[in-house]
Design a protein around this ligand. Structure first.
Ligand code: BES
Ligand code: ZN
Ligand code: ZN
Length: 498
């Protein structure tokens, strides 16, 4: 999807299959769009006068027999002006998508004549995320072969900084396309989205961008002593992988690492899960999808910061070589772990991945994303991911990126008291604690493997899929949560330059 910022007032040649979008606030129902034809303005004004359109958030009205040279004019509601947030524009755009599809719109013209403060990038987020579909396995795609939006022209006044706006729009669109990429990886069924497929996807990013890619196979993992990762994969015919992508920038010494849980299917292993929702465990690689697709944006934008992306990938199955409850594994770090529950496998593979990442790449900061615990879903539901951090600065920076992207974070504690809950009986640590506070004891487990490197763990079990419908996230699809959050955080860090 291309974005054009247009500043010339006056004549504009509208492409075919076009819609002119005119924003309006509930408490300021003025149609000041500079490109709206007088007759169309009268028609829209009549909808306002008759209180058919009230300007409420996510509301819109269409006129399709237009006097202007566009095919449709659509006024969109944004709620009260002083309650305006980027998220309202994001949702308003998402809510518009089904209508744009029905009208077969290809080219959107966003008429912002008088609305200097309109959050354009958030609106574009909603348009790109809201159009996402996952139809490739259906003989007849539900929506038919309807064209998607190819172009958005943002029509603004002469005084605005058009070049800066256009650059920001390109970044926003790229971030959302990458988030849709993560949704696609996650929705792909687990018979296809194996550890090998994740590695192939990473190789594809490296091929297209020129960044470095390293894939460690079981023999190399055994040589390195990654027995926690190998242990989880023992019950599966699909061998484990450790996948590394490295964006190197010669202008800076600063290195950050992002690590994502890549369990391509989680049966629970010998501590097997109940059947009812087990199919949802294809989404247990959403952390991996998020960090890999973040690298799609990073390798394209090439910010001045070094970024290492690491994915431990495995399938947690019940084969005859499967790891048993009671097994003790010696991790890459040298610490031993008693496996009391084979379903707490995410922390095992992350233990080796985090320790390896820190030993090998010596990053200044590490962030991991993982669909780690059902307990996090119990604590926060589906509207925020849990964040745990050993560094207030890092947690604050991630919160800033969260506020900008609408990918919500809520901080939970890492007090030492929780460490006692996961002490091992015969090994250094146990892989489970009591049921209560389960998201925190999981984070406390990971803390053993990061040493003094400032670290944040983001538990995305509630936000990666199963989110109740919002205008731009359909509950039946994975959300791609984390791609926009991490990309925004990395871009902010690169610009800070410290
Ligand atoms: N992948 C699951 C976590 C999960 C469960 C995410 C449900 C989203 C929805 C993880 O591997 C797991 O099974 N964790 C266990 C840990 C327990 C055995 C200590 C859990 O949360 O029940
Ligand atoms: Zn599990
Ligand atoms: Zn899992």
């Amino acid at each position: 999807m291309r974005v054009h910022v247009v500043q010339k007032n006056g004549d504009l040649l509208f492409e075919s299959s076009s819609a002119l979008i005119v924003p309006a606030w509930e408490d300021s129902l003025l149609l000041n769009g500079s490109y709206l034809h007088d007759n169309d303005e009268l028609a829209l004004q009549s909808l306002i006068d008759r209180e058919i359109f009230k300007g409420k958030a996510e509301e819109h009205q269409v006129i399709s027999h237009c006097a202007g040279a566009y095919d449709s004019a659509i006024m969109i509601g944004l709620g009260k002006k002083n309650e305006s947030t980027p998220e309202i524009a994001r949702r308003a755009a998402g809510a518009l998508c089904p209508t744009l599809k029905t009208l077969r719109i290809k080219h959107l013209y966003l008429d912002l004549g008088e609305y200097g403060a309109f959050p354009v990038t958030a609106f574009l987020d909603g348009i790109v995320l809201g159009q996402y579909e996952f139809n490739i396995y259906k003989e007849t795609p539900e929506s038919g072969a309807v064209p998607e939006i190819t172009d958005v022209s943002v029509l603004i006044g002469e005084s605005a900084d058009g070049a800066a706006l256009e650059a920001a729009c390109r970044v926003a669109v790229l971030m959302c396309l990458s988030a849709n990429g993560a949704r696609h990886l996650a929705n792909t069924p687990p018979n296809e989205m194996t550890p090998r497929a994740l590695a192939d996807f990473a190789r594809g990013i490296a091929r297209e961008s020129g960044c470095n890619c390293l894939v460690l196979e079981p023999e190399a993992l055994a040589d390195l002593g990654m027995n926690a990762l190998l242990g989880v994969a023992r019950g599966s015919a699909e061998p484990a992988r450790l996948i590394v992508l490295h964006h190197h920038h010669s202008d800076t010494a600063k290195t950050i690492a992002i690590v994502g849980k890549g369990v391509t299917f989680d049966t629970g292993g010998i501590s097997i899960k109940p059947a009812a929702s087990m199919h949802e465990m294809k989404y247990d690689m959403c952390g991996a999808a998020a960090v890999l697709c973040t690298m799609m944006t990073i390798t394209e934008l090439k910010p001045p910061i070094n970024v290492v992306c690491v994915v431990p990938a495995a399938e947690n199955m019940t084969g005859d070589a499967a790891q048993r409850p009671g097994d003790i594994v010696r991790t890459y770090s040298g610490k031993t772990v008693e496996v009391h529950n084979t379903d707490a496998e995410g922390r095992l593979i992350l233990a080796d991945a985090l320790a390896y990442t820190i030993a090998e790449y010596k990053p200044d900061l590490v962030v991991d994303l993982a669909t780690l615990t059902g307990a996090c879903v119990v604590a926060l539901g589906h509207f925020a991911a849990g964040i745990f951090s050993t560094s207030d600065d890092l947690a604050d920076d991630l919160q800033t990126a969260s506020n900008a992207t609408g990918e919500r974070l809520w901080r939970l504690p890492l007090w030492k008291d929780y460490d006692k809950l996961i002490e091992g009986t015969h090994a250094d640590i146990c892989n489970i604690g009591p049921r209560e506070g389960g998201a925190i004891s999981a984070a406390a487990f990971l803390k053993h493997f990061v040493g003094d490197t400032p670290w944040a763990h983001i538990d995305i079990a509630g936000t990666a899929w199963g989110v109740p419908n919002t205008p731009y996230w359909n509950t039946k699809h994975a959300t791609g949560y984390g791609v926009r959050l991490l990309t925004q955080w990395i871009l902010n860090l690169a610009h800070k330059g410290s």
